[in-house]
Design a protein around this ligand. Structure first.
Ligand SMILES: [Mg+2]
Length: 170
C-alpha cells in the first residue's frame, strides 16, 4: 500500500474566473469558452515539495478538460492518469457519492492525504474524503488562493509540509 498525496486545484493551486481580465492568463476551451486565471506564486514549489514526500495526484471537482488544460498551461507536470476530475469521481453524483474510487485503487493507502482549501465539513470535501476512503484527520485545509497570498503564506506552507511529514511517520 502506498501513501499518496492528493491536492485540489481551484483556490488551492490556481484561481480562475469566467469574466474577462487582461491581468490574468486566458485559457480557451474546445467549446470556445474562455477562463481567466492566476496561478498561486508558490504552486510549482509546492508540487515539488510534495513530490519529494510521496506520489502526488490532482483531485478536482472541475471537469477533466479544464483540469488537463490548466495542468498543461501552468506546467504542473501531472500525468493524465494522475488527474482525478469531476467525471472520474462523481459519475453518479445524483444518487449519492458515485463510484467508490478505493475499490478501483486498492493499492492506495487510507493513510493518504488530501490538501484542499475548503473546510473539511463542507459537502465536496466530505465527498472527496469518502471517495478516497480517508478520514478527516488526513485532510489538510490550506489557505484559499484568490489571486494573492500574504507574505505569511510561505511560513504556512512550511508548516503544512511538516504536518504531512508527521502524518506519514505516525
Ligand atoms: Mg478548491
Amino acid at each position: 500500500m502506498s501513501n499518496v498525496i492528493f491536492i485540489d486545484l481551484d483556490e488551492t493551486l490556481v484561481n480562475f474566473i469566467t469574466s474577462f481580465s487582461n491581468k490574468r492568463d486566458k485559457i480557451t476551451f474546445d467549446c470556445g469558452e474562455h477562463f481567466y486565471g492566476y496561478v498561486r506564486p508558490l504552486a510549482t514549489e509546492m508540487l515539488r515539495d510534495l513530490r519529494e514526500i510521496a506520489p502526488t495526484r490532482l483531485l478536482t471537482t472541475g471537469m477533466r478538460e479544464y483540469a488537463l488544460k490548466v495542468n498543461e498551461f501552468y506546467n504542473f507536470k501531472f500525468l493524465p492518469q494522475d488527474i482525478l476530475a469531476l467525471e472520474d469521481c462523481w459519475v453518479e453524483e445524483q444518487i449519492g457519492y458515485g463510484k467508490d474510487w478505493m475499490t478501483l485503487n486498492k493499492n492506495v493507502s487510507t493513510h493518504s492525504i488530501l490538501i484542499d482549501n475548503l473546510p473539511p465539513t463542507e459537502t465536496w470535501p466530505r465527498r472527496k474524503m469518502h471517495y478516497l476512503g480517508i478520514k478527516s484527520d488526513r485532510y489538510i485545509q490550506i489557505r484559499e488562493f484568490n489571486g494573492k497570498d500574504p507574505d505569511a503564506f510561505l511560513g504556512e506552507w512550511k508548516g503544512i509540509l511538516k504536518a504531512i511529514g508527521e502524518l506519514f511517520n505516525q
